[in-house]
Write a protein that binds this ligand. Structure first.
Ligand code: SF4
Length: 303
């Protein structure tokens, strides 16, 4: 259960720490199976790769086939634990209902986690998810600023998001949020909206953690391919991909250095594309402010 409860990126670390610290007789290895059953996304958030012009349609397996697969996989590998890697488990209400009802009808017992959207969840559906084995959901909030949410076409109702987090908490589903700092035209008050939303839900115990991301331009996304429509201008780094690859290699070498070696991780801020605002900040101001917001938001996580 640590694997589900901890921040989803830290699950493997928890496993590794347990493996190293527990005496052999107390170790119990648990297999957690990864499984993907839908690809692409029906939304088009402007920062996301899924907003690109040539976006392929959603490809999703039907609920009955998914449950058949899970039944067969869990029996074959003798485990009750799964981690789904979909963009969103609840792409459609009908899928959620059919999946959960099939799991319950067949009396299957397994636990799972996935990403989800707030949009179509009700209290009754959260209860159904729990009863079908769901123990963790990661929600893409990205921002709690109404202005930025509109700019990126997030189609998110903050009041509903609060409700869903409360229902998850009450029912026993651990919830996490995806957060992005440094989106175009994010002023201090927009950042404050996001900061306060996260803080409020942490204090209530509604979220067990969040994933903090600095915004970077994805060239094929709407923001990257139509920057003028969003009031931004793109600036290409003269370093190009060579330098990016070199830095990636340095980080990989540092992270995989044998214990005892001095590990120095090079700065993580490497981006091919940056942006300035046509009626606002320069590239340098944006980089500086984003770094400051990142640190302030991260301090919430550390608390
Ligand atoms: S951010 Fe999430 S919901 Fe939005 S388009 Fe991308 S995958 Fe879909």
């Amino acid at each position: 259960m640590h694997y589900y409860k901890w921040n989803i990126t830290k699950g493997p670390t928890v496993s590794e720490v347990n493996r190293r610290t527990l005496p052999p007789q107390e170790r119990k290895e648990t297999l957690i199976l990864p499984y993907v059953f839908n690809y692409n996304c029906s939304y088009r958030c402007a920062f996301c790769v899924q907003s690109r012009e040539d976006k392929p349609p959603v490809v999703a397996k039907d609920a009955r086939s998914v449950v058949d697969d899970i039944e067969a996989l869990n029996s074959k590998h003798n485990t009750e634990y799964m981690r789904f890697y979909n963009n969103a488990f609840n792409l459609s209400t009908s899928f959620v209902r059919e999946f959960c009802n099939l799991v319950l009808e067949r009396g299957l017992k397994f636990y799972w986690s996935d990403c989800a959207r707030f949009n179509n969840l009700t209290e009754e559906m959260v209860d159904l998810l729990y009863r079908s084995g769901c123990r963790k959901l990661v929600f893409g909030l990205d921002t709690a600023s109404k202005k930025i949410s509109k700019l990126i076409d997030k189609r998110l109702n903050l009041e509903q998001a609060r409700q869903v987090l409360g229902w998850c908490h009450a029912r026993g589903i651990w919830a996490e949020l995806e957060i992005i700092v440094g989106l175009p035209y994010e002023q201090e008050e927009d950042f404050e909206d996001t900061y306060c939303f996260v803080q409020e839900n942490m204090q209530k115990g509604y979220i067990t953690g969040f994933h903090l991301n600095r915004y970077f331009v994805i060239p094929c996304s709407l923001l990257g391919s139509k920057p003028e429509q969003y009031g931004i201008r793109l600036h290409c780094s003269p370093d190009g991909y060579e330098k990016l690859l070199k830095r990636s290699a340095e980080i990989l070498i540092a992270l995989t250095a044998p214990q005892g070696d001095t590990i120095s991780i090079p700065p993580r801020q490497y981006q091919i594309l940056r942006y300035s605002e046509l009626t606002g900040r320069t590239v340098e101001q944006i980089v500086e402010e984003t770094e400051d917001k990142f640190k302030r938001m991260r301090s919430l996580m550390q608390r």
